[in-house]
Design a protein around this ligand. Structure first.
Ligand SMILES: *[C@@H]1O[C@H](CO)[C@@H](O)[C@H](O)[C@H]1NC(C)=O
Ligand SMILES: CC(=O)N[C@H]1CO[C@H](CO)[C@@H](O)[C@@H]1O
Length: 328
């Protein structure tokens, strides 16, 4: 997961530029900012999936993680990192790159993410930033002057009403427990350490402290009670995290609404299995594809809704070599 392979990018490069006459190229190179897609949304709304789906429909694209816990090594279940299968060959950056017992800061994120995005663009790939840490995204795209000079962002906001999200988050905690989250955290447990540093701050770690301290000595009934309490606390903490994230997103929306698009996934959350996937494809993904297509090639007509699935051309024009980038 940490070792990024760029092979996907190298393969799918179109040979012919059929949009602009060759002689105009240098002119556009200097005028145009490089484009970055940013996917935001509360925990559990499907940001990672959308990023991978979009990267697969606009290759070559690479994903930059903006989740402040997924930047750390370890606790892959607890922090809900994408698996190799889920990545479908799309390269990911800033996943599991930081020492779990260090403090990775918003400044660190800005530095690492800028470097990753510069390198993605230099290889003629589209950078897609995705993750739940809105403060990191704000630090990068709002407070970082060099980034603002070089890049232009399109924000996709994956939204779902909290009443639909809460039960989903609760089920997701149960699925994580089944997948072995407690074992993962137990291996990490160190009674001498507090929960102020690095990955130990992740939701799903401090909540198990009381249970893990008592585990060796307590009787069965006490253990059961402590475990249930820990799981309930994780659920509650995740639901309140989702609320805080949403508040922050509403604030960002007021700042960025010119370039920010809300994707309503309410209908998807009402269904499950194949039906949910179908709705995701025809509604959420198709709409995102139209928005991103327009953002990337804004001199081309918007693709009509009914035909989008079949008619989005795969990357019709190679992105410009990053000349503007190099001159800063
Ligand atoms: C990480 O930051 C917290 C404050 O947020 C501090 O208490 C802790 O000592 C820091 N840990 C390290 C290893 O610097
Ligand atoms: C079980 C669950 O949904 N856990 C999530 C709680 O929120 C954090 C965000 O900090 C996610 O990383 C977890 O996956």
């Amino acid at each position: 997961m940490n070792i990024v392979s760029y092979s996907v990018c190298q393969q799918v490069r179109p040979i012919v530029n059929f949009q602009r006459p060759l002689s105009m190229e240098p002119f556009f190179r200097y005028l145009r900012k490089e484009k970055v897609v940013v996917i935001i949304g509360a925990t559990g709304t499907g940001k990672s999936k959308l990023a991978i789906d979009l990267a697969s429909s606009f290759p070559p694209a690479e994903i930059v993680n903006s989740d402040k816990m997924q930047v750390y090594q370890g606790l892959d279940i607890t922090t809900n990192k994408v698996t190799d299968d889920e990545c479908r060959g799309v390269p990911h950056h800033l996943l599991g790159i930081a020492d779990a017992n260090s403090n990775f800061t918003a400044d660190d994120f800005t530095r690492h993410a800028s470097a990753a995005i510069d390198s993605i663009v230099q290889r003629d790939c589209l950078p897609i930033i995705a993750g739940g840490s809105n403060s990191y995204i704000e630090a990068l795209v709002e407070d970082h002057a060099a980034f603002r000079l070089k890049y232009e962002c399109c924000f996709l906001w994956v939204d779902v009403p909290l009443h639909a999200l809460d039960p989903f988050l609760s089920e997701r905690v149960d699925r994580m427990i089944q997948a072995g989250q407690l074992d993962e955290v137990r291996q990490f447990f160190d009674p001498a350490r507090d929960y102020t540093t690095g990955i130990r701050k992740a939701i799903g770690v401090p909540e198990f402290d009381e249970f893990l301290r008592a585990e060796a000595t307590a009787d069965g009934g006490t253990k059961k009670r402590l475990l249930e309490a820990a799981i309930a606390k994780i659920k509650a903490n995740n639901c309140s995290l989702a609320r805080r994230q949403l508040q922050k997103i509403h604030r960002l929306y007021n700042m960025w609404k010119r370039n920010m698009y809300r994707l309503d996934t309410t209908e998807v959350f009402k269904k499950s299995g194949d039906e949910a996937e179908q709705l995701w494809q025809t509604q959420v993904l198709a709409k995102s594809q139209r928005i991103v297509h327009k953002f990337l090639y804004d001199d081309s007509p918007v693709v009509p809704a009914a035909t989008v699935m079949s008619s989005v051309p795969p990357y019709p024009q190679p992105k410009q070599v990053a000349m503007a980038t190099a001159s800063h």
